[in-house]
Design a protein around this ligand. Structure first.
Ligand code: HEM
Length: 313
């Protein structure tokens, strides 16, 4: 409807070779959404109309970050931060999803950022062998996977400085893989690895505009479970020394942007460094705490009873 009106106006202007002012794209979008139109098709038609137009066309649109407003203060700040960065030289095209992937080190699907830095790849994310088949410091070699499976995706390129996957990204903070670190070379850093599983609970906030969301009060989080030979040298070490120390395991790093604690950060604000396409460095800051630890327990495996009653006999 609106699209046809646009095309008619363009055709009219074309005849007179006058510039066309479209004011504004946000209104056009909300009208389309109001009637449940196919947005992809409408956008294609708009781009086609632009290609066909001999007149200069000027679009007015709301500024990035001033459009749809997320419900939570944290969401709004994150959206603003992505918008601010996207305007800086070398950071164009930095969407909320991309910034989130940089801070985790994986895309939403689980695909490792440094294997597919240009965008998410759901097949890679779903493949439990391929999505763990990558190094950080050196070019990742092509390996054959277990059970004769192949890994057809692009391999990760060496990224020792954290230009592709920042050192502040959660998965790089807690598992430096082949990189050396502040405690030494690979042998020393391998001893910090742990076996872990994260069990998410509660309603996901994935759908930004879904009905019935309760972002402020929802009972949601992650039950974190890990097995290691030393709680102190692994689990506690990772949190105290790597997640919450901006200069470790390596610079230019920052605090862990997902799990890091603000109370442990300088001035109560977590920060990490990310790089733009021309190697520009920018700091992302998080004045709010994202993850609030609520409790936990340490357990000895096998249990003392099993040791006494079964193993010792
Ligand atoms: C609520 C708190 C946490 C959240 C939301 C969180 C989130 C995540 C996410 C999204 C991933 C990537 C997906 C995956 O590999 O499954 C991940 C991986 C990981 N996390 Fe966490 N995490 C949390 C707490 C922790 C803690 C406390 C530790 C260790 C002390 C930790 C250590 C790890 C490790 C070792 C990995 C695997 C990294 C790799 O892929 O090499 N996480 N976490």
């Amino acid at each position: 409807m609106r699209q046809q009106a646009l095309t008619r106006r363009q055709q009219g202007a074309q005849a007179h070779r006058q510039p066309v002012l479209v004011d504004c794209l946000t209104l056009w979008l909300s009208n389309l959404m109001h009637v449940g139109a196919d947005l992809d098709q409408a956008t294609d038609e708009l781009l086609q109309a632009l290609d066909d137009s001999a007149s200069p066309v000027v679009f007015v649109s709301n500024e990035v970050g001033l459009g749809l407003v997320p419900e939570t203060p944290l969401g709004r700040r994150f959206r603003d931060e992505a918008g601010r960065l996207a305007k800086l030289d070398g950071f164009q095209g930095l969407t909320e999803d991309r910034l989130a992937a940089l801070l985790v080190g994986r895309w939403r699907s689980g695909a490792p950022f440094n294997r597919v830095p240009l965008g998410d790849n759901e097949d890679l994310g779903k493949n439990p062998l391929a999505n763990n088949n990558f190094l950080f410091d050196s070019d990742s070699p092509k390996l054959s996977l277990m059970n004769g499976q192949t890994d057809p995706y692009d391999m990760a390129k060496a990224d020792p400085v954290g230009i592709t996957c920042p050192w502040g990204a959660h998965i790089r903070k807690v598992n430096v893989r082949d990189s050396g670190s502040d405690i030494g070379g690979r042998v020393a850093t391998y001893s910090k690895r742990l076996l872990r599983v994260g069990v998410p609970f509660g309603q996901s906030l994935e759908d930004h505009y879904g009905e019935g969301r309760d972002p402020q009060n929802g009972d949601r989080g992650l039950l974190f479970l890990s097995i290691q030979s030393s709680i102190e040298n692994q689990f506690e070490f990772l949190q105290a020394r790597w997640m919450n120390d901006p200069s470790r395991p390596k610079m230019p790093g920052g605090n862990d942007m997902i799990v890091g604690q603000n109370a442990a950060a300088e001035g109560g604000v977590r920060r990490c460094t990310i790089f733009g396409s021309g190697l520009q460095q920018e700091q992302v800051s998080a004045p709010n705490q994202w993850v609030i630890p609520t409790g936990g327990g340490y357990f000895f495996v096998p249990s003392i009873t099993a040791l006494r009653e079964v193993i010792a006999r």
